[in-house]
Design a protein around this ligand. Structure first.
Ligand code: PEP
Length: 258
């Protein structure tokens, strides 16, 4: 069976002033040990350059953007292009986070364009999907998430799709302190893999890292990451405290060793 990458990505969202971000990065750099877990820091844009300088030379620590524009460049005031991210050392870009979908009106179609742009630039999209609470309560989450995946990813060739990381983030669990149970996470991750297997191949489905996101914290990370189809986490709030983030990374390492 293909060995999938293990990834723990920290999404700082719109948090951390410049000095706060610099301190957090240094704390992570000083405590991180070499391991098979790929750690990705996704700070706000103003931190990219400094963070990149601080993490350069650490083989399992990478930088990611939280978003990018779908155009190559141009008159889009306030936006950031993927080439700009790449030039600051980013290897990853989060796309389709539920906050971007909800507050900035990002549609599946727009996200398909962003995915294309990021792949063209040879960066790795971390594509987020996940259902709101009302959908979970009526138990139609599979169909809801399947639409997001089909509409934004299934135009890709197999060679392109294999460069993607997926993050399943049930909206009702993001920033709420409510976590999906390990069983709920596993069920959805397994379902996502089955969708990819049906459209492409089982081999491809088995090779794509699928991260769980939604109130991952030190107390629940190991159990979540120990599920067979959960390949790590996209972490919001707990990535802002070095101690918590390091503990989550250690849980990923423990799940790998188990
Ligand atoms: C996120 O924003 O991607 C996220 C999962 O946030 P939190 O961990 O705070 O729920």
């Amino acid at each position: 069976m293909t060995k999938r990458a293990r990834i723990v990505a920290g999404n700082w969202k719109m948090n951390m002033t410049y000095p706060q971000g610099r301190d957090l990065t240094l704390q992570i750099v000083n405590s991180l040990q070499p391991s098979e877990t790929v750690v990705v820091l996704c700070p706000p844009f103003i931190h990219l350059q400094n963070t990149y300088t601080a993490i350069t030379g650490i083989s399992n620590l990478h930088l990611g953007g939280q978003n990018c524009h779908e155009a190559e460049k141009g008159a889009f005031t306030g936006e950031v292009s993927v080439d700009m991210l790449a030039s600051c050392g980013c290897k990853f870009v989060i796309l389709g986070h539920s906050e971007r979908r909800e507050y900035f009106g990002e549609s599946d179609t727009l996200l398909a364009q962003k995915i294309d742009r990021v792949l063209e630039a040879n960066l790795t999209p971390i594509f987020c999907c996940g259902e709101p609470l009302a959908i979970r309560e009526e138990n139609t989450q599979d169909a809801y998430v399947a639409e997001q995946i089909k509409n934004s990813l299934f135009h890709l060739s197999a060679d392109q799709l294999k460069k993607i990381v997926i993050a399943y983030e049930p909206i009702w669990a993001i920033g709420t302190g409510k976590t999906a149970s390990p069983e709920q996470a596993q069920e959805m991750h397994h379902y996502l893999r089955s969708l990819i297997a049906k459209q492409y191949s089982d081999e491809l489905a088995q090779s794509i890292p699928i991260l769980y996101g939604g109130s991952v914290k030190p107390a629940n990370a190991l159990e979540l990451f120990s599920q067979p189809d959960v390949d790590g986490g996209l972490v919001g709030g707990a990535s802002l405290k070095a101690e918590d983030f390091m503990s989550i990374i250690n849980s990923s390492n423990k799940a790998l060793d188990a």
